[in-house]
Structure formats: structure tokens, C-alpha cells
Design a binder for this molecule. Structure first.
Ligand SMILES: *Cc1c(COP(=O)(O)O)cnc(C)c1O
Length: 438
């Protein structure tokens, strides 16, 4: 039997991020439509975004370069947890009696347990470079908030986090983690902002949403020059930072002597899916590879890719963000209280939405119970407790492997295991004791 684990060396950490916009521009001759200014409805330029974001990330939003260099300071910090391992899921394959080869890239092995640290470190770096003192942000399940918290701490920045109320209550330990790293954490909607107070007055029992939390964070960012905002998904620069995952995976698949037939990732705002998929989609666009399938997986309760409308919409609830052309359920959509908190977002990254619209990627949605069942099966075979978000990707990988069992094809399936679920045990407990509902 070949090895379970395919490791790269520190020196193999990529020196640059891979920019899918370069490939779209060069080979497809088309790009997603630009963001629009919320007031004028004209294309939003760098100057419109500069009160919110540092110029370093704004330039990445619009870059058409093939590669964007990773700053040395960021690469140095990546060495603490990268390259991440690529695993062959032999035990899962055996359990399923499938001829498929299943591989997963494990992004849950770092300090905060998910892929989010890849972008948090880069964003903290660019803010620090430009003299920012405080970063405000939102967090759903808390993975982004904890990643940004330690990243801010490493770069000597203050961090203020608005955490969606349902997660603040359901997942109390994440807020402890953020406080451990020195951040200020507020349950959102909060009384810290005008918008939060308004929402609370109108709907005191709201579970909150990412859209509301983003509005709160933005309100503070625009009020102070030394305070900027950071987003953990959706925008081009965040997806760009995550391509470090797929670039490593490509090298590792090569070491395994394989190339994936199917690449799978769960989709909240689209960043971890983009991270694993874009370097392979680049091969499809350039014509280097044909027939690779890409599958984005989302919860049936928040189906922006499968059921959303492709149109300009706001990224937040208070309609403060630029308008983004994306698959959306509407910026006032409040998703139900599923445990995969990281997937409860009304919109999908413009780049992922565009690629779906152009038929480069497929999308599917699963109910909560079948997802948890897949997560338990994975834990019992591979040993890792997956984040409920990641279990969506696992479910799709298992379904694809079961198709291979019927057809007898030994396809190569690669999925991103975006995070571990050690802080999601309440959800698994509810599932195991039959309390969880779709
Ligand atoms: C945040 C999160 C997601 C969803 O966000 P994307 O931007 O779509 O990747 C998925 N998995 C985990 C573990 C997360 O923390």
C-alpha cells in the first residue's frame, strides 16, 4: 500500500498566490462584472474601497497578474502550519468498497483549526503595512474571528469581532479563543453600533446573521481612519490567499502520481472551495487539462449557488457594502440555525458565482442530517472529527465514490477538509442522540 500522507517540505510553500482572474481574462476573455458603488451604482474604484480596506488588498481585488507574491513576513508565519498534509482516505475507501481513490487536503491542523488563517495572516500584514491600528470584523461560527485574532496579535494590531448571536450562544468556546488572543468580542446584533441597536429594537430575538454582523463592523470602520475592516471570504483577495491550498495539493497529487477527476469543496462564501479548486480550474481554462469536474457543496437551508439569483446585491444587511454581482438569496435573508455556522451566508463569491454561471463548476446542496452522517462515517474511518462545514464536502465525496462503485470506475476524487470539528461537538452530540433536525 502507498502512503497515507503526502507531505511537502517547508521550502515547497508557494512563493505566490495564483490569480484566477488572469486565466479568465486570458483564456475565456471574460471577467465577472465589477462591484458597484452603493450610492452611485457606478463601478467602484480603489478610492471607493479605501476607507474600508488597505490599498494592498484593494489592488489584489483588481489584479490581472498571474501570480501575486506572498510577502516574506507572511510566508514566515505560514511555516508554522504549512504545507498542510494531503491524505489518501484508504480507510474510507475500504469502508465504502469503492474503486475510487479519495484524497483530502487537511486544513484543520493549524492553531485555529481551519483554512481561514491563510487569509487572516495576509490581511493583517497589509493593514499593518499601511499604519492601521484596529481591524474590525464579523464572524459566524467563530473560525474567521479566531484566525484574524491571532493574526492581528502577531502583527501588533487590535481586533474587534462581531460574532453572530446564534454562534455566540451555541459555540461559547470560540469567543474564549478570541479573547485568549486578545480580541474584543461582541454578540451581534450588539448595542455597540447604531445599526445593531436598530435591529435589536425591531427584532429582539433575532439569531443574527453574517449580513448584520458585517454591517456593524463596517459602521465602525468608516468612522475612524485607523480602523479598517476585514472579510473572511467572498472577495477576490480572500479567494486569492486561499489558492495556496490548491497549489500545494497539485504538487502533492503529482507526488502521488495522480490528477483529480473531481475536486470538491464546501461553500459558505466560497473561499476554501476556491482555494482548492482554482489552481486546477486554471489548468482547465488554459487547456492543460480537460474534463476535470468541480463541485461546490452547500447546505440546503442556505442554497445560494443552487437556488440563488445571479444579480447585484449587497454583502451586508444594512446595504453599506459595494454591490457585488453574485448568486444570492437576498441580503435580508436570515438562514436557519444549522450547526455549520460557517456556511450561513446569503451570497456567494463573485468569482465562484461567475464560474458556476459559466458552467465550469457544479453545485449541490445537502440536508443537515445526511451531512452529519457523512461526518460521523469519516470520523470513524479517518479518525479526524470534521467541521460540520467540511462534512458537506465529505458527503459529496462519498456520493461520488458510491457512483464509482456502481460504474466500477476508479476515479480520483480530491476534497478540501476545510477544518476540524473539535469545537462543534455539541452538534455531533445532538446528531448522535437523535435531536438534530433538517
Ligand atoms: C468559514 C468556513 C467555511 C466556509 O467558508 P468559505 O469561505 O466558503 O470557505 C468552511 N469550512 C470551515 C471549516 C470554515 O471555517
Amino acid at each position: 500500500m502507498d502512503s497515507y500522507k503526502i507531505n511537502l517540505a517547508e521550502k515547497d510553500i508557494s512563493e505566490s498566490y495564483l490569480n484566477i482572474s488572469y486565466y479568465l481574462n486570458k483564456y475565456l476573455g471574460k471577467l465577472p462584472e465589477p462591484p458597484l458603488h452603493p450610492g452611485t451604482k457606478q463601478p467602484a474604484g480603489p478610492a471607493d474601497l479605501s476607507p474600508i480596506f488597505p490599498m494592498g488588498v484593494i489592488m489584489q481585488e483588481v489584479s490581472l497578474d498571474e501570480f501575486v507574491p506572498i510577502p516574506d513576513e507572511v510566508r514566515e508565519l505560514y511555516k508554522m502550519f504549512r504545507p498542510s498534509p494531503l491524505m489518501r482516505a484508504y480507510r474510507l475507501e475500504k469502508e465504502l468498497s469503492t474503486p475510487a481513490h479519495i484524497y483530502y487536503k487537511y486544513e484543520g491542523g493549524n492553531a485555529t483549526g481551519s483554512h481561514k488563517l491563510n487569509s487572516a495572516l495576509a490581511q493583517a500584514y497589509y493593514n499593518k503595512q499601511e499604519g492601521v491600528e484596529t481591524i474590525v470584523t464579523e464572524t459566524g461560527a467563530g473560525q474567521w474571528g479566531s484566525a484574524l485574532s491571532i493574526a492581528c496579535h502577531y502583527f501588533g494590531l487590535k481586533c474587534k469581532v462581531f460574532m453572530v448571536r446564534i454562534s455566540y450562544d451555541q459555540k461559547p468556546y470560540r469567543k474564549v479563543i478570541m479573547k485568549m488572543y486578545g480580541s474584543d468580542v461582541h454578540s451581534s446584533p450588539s448595542i455597540q453600533t447604531e445599526y445593531g441597536r436598530k435591529v435589536l429594537q425591531e427584532n429582539p430575538d433575532t439569531p443574527g446573521s453574517l449580513g448584520i454582523a458585517i454591517s456593524e463592523a463596517l459602521e465602525l470602520a468608516v468612522q475612524d481612519e485607523k480602523t479598517k475592516y476585514a472579510l473572511g471570504s467572498v472577495l477576490n483577495h480572500v479567494l486569492l490567499h486561499q489558492t495556496i491550498i490548491g497549489q500545494e495539493a497539485k504538487k502533492q497529487m503529482e507526488m502521488a502520481g495522480e490528477y483529480p477527476d473531481t475536486v470538491i469543496g464546501c461553500c459558505g462564501g466560497g473561499s476554501n472551495f476556491a482555494g482548492i479548486a482554482f489552481p486546477f480550474i486554471a489548468d482547465t481554462l488554459s487547456g492543460a487539462r480537460k474534463n476535470t469536474r468541480f463541485i461546490g457543496v452547500e447546505p440546503a437551508s442556505c442554497p445560494s449557488l443552487t437556488k440563488g439569483e445571479y444579480k447585484y446585491d449587497f454583502g451586508d444587511t444594512a446595504c453599506m457594502t459595494p454591490l457585488l454581482k453574485m448568486k444570492t438569496l437576498g441580503s435580508d435573508f436570515i438562514p436557519s440555525k444549522i450547526h455549520a455556522g460557517g456556511l450561513r451566508y446569503h451570497g456567494m463569491a463573485p468569482l465562484v458565482s461567475f464560474l458556476h454561471e459559466e458552467k465550469f463548476i457544479e453545485a449541490r446542496a445537502y440536508e443537515q442530517l445526511e451531512v452529519f452522517e457523512a461526518g460521523v462515517k469519516f470520523a470513524r474511518t479517518e479518525g479526524i472529527i470534521p467541521a460540520p462545514e467540511s462534512s458537506h464536502a465529505i458527503k459529496a465525496a462519498i456520493d461520488e465514490a458510491m457512483v464509482c462503485k456502481e460504474t466500477g470506475e476508479s476515479k480520483v476524487i480530491l476534497f478540501n477538509l476545510s477544518g476540524n470539528g473539535m469545537l462543534d461537538l455539541q452538534g455531533y452530540d445532538d446528531f448522535l442522540s437523535g435531536k438534530l433536525k433538517n
